[in-house]
Design a protein around this ligand. Structure first.
Ligand code: IPE
Ligand code: IPE
Ligand code: MG
Length: 241
């Protein structure tokens, strides 16, 4: 019999969904087919996270840097996003999932912005899980926007107050960050918020990521001892918790 992992579930999981292009190229297909298959993985993982009792799931869907990709690829990504919202919103609402978007949504096509606004409104009563989609998002860009939003910031500045100015305000920092696709980098995702996040990297390309792999990442998290700079002895005495 498998022994129970010792630690608690992560409250917040963030995912860098990478590897769609390589998944397609490896099959002699267009990169866009990889993004399409990536959406299928996204649907499964959202459901699996909700079933596992995760309160917050944040998905990196498009970075500020990705906006420099060829127009054909970007337009295909926008089409897939439109389709995802149109087809999945009812299911999200039924499952008590509240949608949130972080990043510069104003850079998206107007109709998509409208669709998103409507989806945010319609799903706002969801209490089981917050699904945050990072779109036209960059961690540095988010920090700069936060600074420009708080002109009187220098007075009594604290980490807590600064956090309120970020796009992720109201959402706890991620406990676990997963990156698929085999790269060991952060690529401008949630730079402020991941100060003490546990990191999980897998070679699996995003379209192949499954609920089984999500459970594996959660088990990895549950075996970590989070010390937040303290000594193991302090942790066992419950200092800081
Ligand atoms: C991640 O997959 C999705 C987006 C960045 C939109 P990629 O498109 O980066 O896939 P690879 O890394 O080229 O395989
Ligand atoms: C990170 O993947 C962005 C998303 C998954 C949305 P990239 O493919 O853009 O990152 P790099 O270029 O490998 O760093
Ligand atoms: Mg990539």
């Amino acid at each position: 019999m498998k022994s129970e992992p010792p630690g608690p579930l992560p409250r917040h999981i963030a995912i860098i969904m990478d590897g769609n292009g390589r998944w397609a190229v490896a099959r002699g297909r267009d990169r866009i087919q990889g993004h399409r298959q990536g959406i299928e993985a996204t649907k499964k993982v959202v459901k699996a996270a909700r079933r596992a009792g995760i309160s917050c799931l944040t998905l990196f869907a498009l970075s500020t840097e990705n906006l420099k990709r060829p127009a054909r690829e970007l337009n295909a990504l926008f089409d897939l996003l439109r389709d995802y919202i149109k087809k999945e919103l009812a299911e999200l609402i039924k499952n008590g999932i509240r949608l949130k978007v972080i990043g510069r949504a104003e850079l998206l096509p107007k109709d998509l912005q409208k669709l998103i606004q409507d989806a945010l409104k319609k799903s706002r009563a969801g209490e089981k899980m917050v699904l945050t989609i990072a779109l036209c998002y960059g961690g540095r860009d988010e920090i700069l926007r936060a600074v420009s939003r708080g002109p009187g910031l220098r007075k009594n500045l604290s980490e807590k107050k600064f956090g309120i100015l970020l796009d992720t305000s109201g959402i706890p920092d991620p406990d676990l960050l997963i990156r698929t696709g085999g790269e060991f980098r952060i690529s401008n995702f949630l730079l402020w918020q991941i100060a003490y996040t546990e990191l999980y990297f897998t070679k699996t390309l995003w379209p192949d990521f499954s609920s089984r792999e999500l459970r594996k990442a959660i088990r990895f998290y549950q075996t970590r001892e989070r010390r937040f700079g303290l000594t193991p002895e302090q942790i066992s005495r419950g200092v800081g918790s």
